[in-house]
Design a protein around this ligand. Structure first.
Ligand code: FPP
Ligand code: MG
Length: 350
């Protein structure tokens, strides 16, 4: 790795985080909850940035702080704070748990972008595009190590949950790499993959927030189930965005997954479809990763494909299950926020 790749303006140690705006999109009506969440998110953001920039060598912190400084939705910290609302949200360790969840997430993005060959993330060059693959992977490992260190301060339960979430992420990603087992239906395999790589950390975020706040076991169980379903829906929405959202919204090029041959849910359902309206699309997809020259046509076909409509229906069903999981929770303002989060995922544009 040449020094010319390191540091530089705009990202790394000196970067300012972009406002995620996720809280604004939830349109919270209860000022006390809104203030508590805004303050909590502010504290978590500062702590996250300080942690990611905490390497002793500024050239190292340029790498570890790169994606943290580029922003992101900060969904996982928000889920930790919302989970904590079902216990005592003023207890120690809640902000720390929120930082841990985001550190694990950012670490995984360092690795994921290498694996996907993704050129951009959060509207900036991905860590590997900027610093090279080996440096980006090690930067991710460093963030993961910091997450473990923070979890150790919270105690053995936090360490166990953190380790399990990181293990699920890796297992999900590995399953994606190995593909379906012989005889395993591709859609079943798909759900195994996204349960590991996306839903596990969302579910863990809610659960750890609730546990840290001393919420009753029944609430912890309900929140982790909600997080699982929300996480599956969130990844399906991500698959849909790859086909529809412009790069200005998502921070990555439209069709990246399609061109990379990633078996997203709309692709799998198009391949399985026997609807004549999907015939041309099926033929294009069956030939392997869509070549750049056919990308525009594939996106056009997807826009009016029954497979896309079916993907949207699957997304809606998962969100219904997430909402249903909330039924046993007390009628607190945070419960309304979790319902609003389902609406946000249903209409996600970034
Ligand atoms: C994004 O999926 C990928 C993930 C959410 C998880 C990636 C996990 C790993 C790389 C395993 C390593 C984990 C740790 C903890 C170091 P995507 O590519 O479908 O979504 P994208 O469009 O946001 O890239
Ligand atoms: Mg990716």
């Amino acid at each position: 790795m040449g020094m010319r790749h390191m540091g530089g303006a705009g990202t790394g140690c000196a970067a300012q985080p972009r406002e995620s705006g996720l809280l604004d999109q939830l349109a919270l009506v209860e000022p006390e909850l809104e203030n508590r969440l805004r303050e909590g998110m502010g504290r978590a953001e500062k702590w996250l940035r300080a942690t990611a920039d905490d390497a002793s060598d500024p050239r190292v912190c340029a790498v570890t702080g790169h994606l943290a400084g580029a922003g992101g939705k900060r969904l996982r910290p928000l889920l930790v704070l919302l989970g904590a609302e079902f216990g005592d949200p003023w207890r120690d360790g809640i902000t720390q748990a929120a930082v841990i969840a985001e550190l694990v997430h950012i670490a995984s993005l360092h690795h994921d972008d290498v694996m996907d060959g993704a050129p951009t993330r959060h509207g900036v060059p991905s860590a590997h595009a900027r610093f090279g693959e080996r440096t980006a992977v090690l930067g991710g490992d460093w963030l993961l190590a910091r997450a473990a260190q923070l979890a150790a301060e919270l105690g053995p339960e936090a360490v166990r949950i953190n380790a399990r979430a990181a293990g699920s992420l890796v297992a999900g990603q590995l399953r994606e790499l190995t593909g379906p087992a012989p005889g395993e239906p591709p859609v079943t395999h798909y759900f195994q993959v996204i349960a590991g790589k996306t839903a596990a950390l969302l579910s863990m975020s809610l659960g750890v927030g609730a546990l840290q706040a001393g919420a009753p076991e029944r609430s912890v169980t309900a929140l982790t189930e909600y997080g699982e379903q929300l996480g599956l829906a969130f990844q399906i929405a991500d698959d849909l965005l790859d086909l529809s959202a412009p790069a200005e919204h998502t921070g990555k090029e439209r069709g990246t997954d399609l061109l990379g041959g990633v078996p997203t849910l709309p692709v799998l359902l198009a391949l399985e479809s026997d609807d004549p309206a999907d015939a041309e699309l099926r033929e294009l997809l069956a030939a392997g990763p869509v070549p750049a020259a056919s990308a525009r046509r594939a996106l056009e076909l997807f826009a009016r494909s029954p497979a896309l409509a079916e993907t949207e229906a699957v997304l809606r069903r998962r969100l219904d299950r997430a909402r249903a999981a909330l039924d046993v929770l007390p009628q607190l303002p945070a419960r309304h926020a979790l319902l609003a989060l389902c609406d946000y995922v249903a209409h996600r544009t970034s």
